[in-house]
Design a protein around this ligand. Sequence first.
Ligand code: FAD
Length: 485
Amino acid sequence: MSYKFAVIGGGIAGVTCAETLSSLCPEEQIVLITASKLIKAVTNYQQVSRTLEQFDVEERPMSSMETGCPNVKVIHKMMKTLDTVKHALTMDDGTVIQYGLLCICTGGKPKVICKDNDHVLGIRDTESVQDFQKRLKQARRIVVVGNGGIATELVCEIEGCEVIWAIKHSSVTSTFIDPGAATFCLPKLNEEKPKSDEPLKRRKYTEQDTDVDSSGNKIPSGSALGPDWVNNLEMSGADKKGHCVHVEYKVEVANILTREELLSSGKSETQQSVLTSTNSDWPVFVELTNGTVYGCDFVVSATGVVPNTLPFHDNNFKLAEDGGIQVNDKMQTSETDVYAAGDVCTACWEHAQHWLQMRLWSQARQMAAYAAKCMVAHTCNESISMDFCFEVFAHVTKFFNYKVILLGRFNAQGLGTNYELLLRVTKGVEYVKAVLQDGRLQGAILIGETDLEETFENLILNQTDLTPFKEHLLDPNIDIEDFFD
Ligand code: FAD
């Protein structure tokens, strides 16, 4: 089997790359190799502003790709080895595929705090969420470890089960928002979830057959979940009570102990007034670095992802400090004719002043579409300039039931200490933070329906000198969109 273009991975990066290649080169044969039977597709794509985008994600059977893109062949196999000299990929059943140009989109793997412990779950794909839901139904208390997007969404959604949220920072959701914004959002943490009559946007095939390789071993690597993964999930525990979250700040997990291990260590469960559950027959205990010991039914480890480079351990890819495959400004890896995109890669080009990499849905899509364009330009010997989406970091999401928009250096990343913050806060309604350096807007956090995203994005892109208007920038009585027009 020989193909001009090969793509590995049925997540958003792999699918976007194959779709873009297909539309740019309808005459060429493209192969998409995926270990998971279901592939991820972007739907309802909306360009919110020049760099902000919003979309839904659908899990679809592999065959849908071949229907939409007739020159793409989808192969459901696990890639085992890559020979970059012979331009050959070998699958787990021995099949060999020759390629002209290859794009690696094998995603990431959850960083689980304690491997091989049945009481500790990582959340990454549909299968791991199903496992989580099943266990949650019987659970009275769980411990969630981690302070990023997944942990935040979980603790906000879980009902009928006490949640201990263990974070190593002094404020919640610190991967995305600053302590001020966290304080603004915190009252929502223990509020009842609003009931929505809206139909669910995401169509999901939950009945995923467990994939097995040629030797009958379970293939674990489904694609990562996406922006609205919590929307249509039942997240209820065994209790009838509603929402109950207790945050333990500035802690890490010191030990995970069975009942026997706890008894033999001479330690005991900490009795806290914050806890509502009076059970003591916990199957597992979590000791935190502040000395507190919590009994619980299980632990969710939501402590980030590591790039999934395992299939390439025998290759000589240059890896970045975070373990990702290094890519340059053309999405090329250090190996000839091999590109990479999405969670597996690390952007090692000189970034634009207001862009940074975060392993997000939107960036997986953007990198993959751009990688496909670079691959096509390569075959035609054409030059290509960097896509505009890499000019400004822009992300829209929902946390604590608020719309959250992050722009540029939203947490003053890399600005040292020489910057200024402007704030506008209306309790329960909106939180607006503008980060300025030398009178110019470098980044912003917009929480709530602020309607400021387009103007702020333009101010970041144009680097307008705001020194004369600083006083008025966040004045609610001034229509700044009109003003800057
Ligand atoms: P993946 O989706 O991980 O896809 C990798 C693909 O490679 C899979 O299909 C896998 O089967 C395949 N593969 C791996 N190894 C092999 C092999 N050897 N052979 C063949 N195929 C292989 N991002 C946001 O922007 N907003 C959010 O709200 C958000 N929430 C998230 C919630 C959860 C629970 C998780 C886990 C992630 C979330 N993310 C979110 C992150 C986002 O999902 C990822 O950044 C994005 O999915 C990465 O896409 P990808 O295609 O690079 O990787």
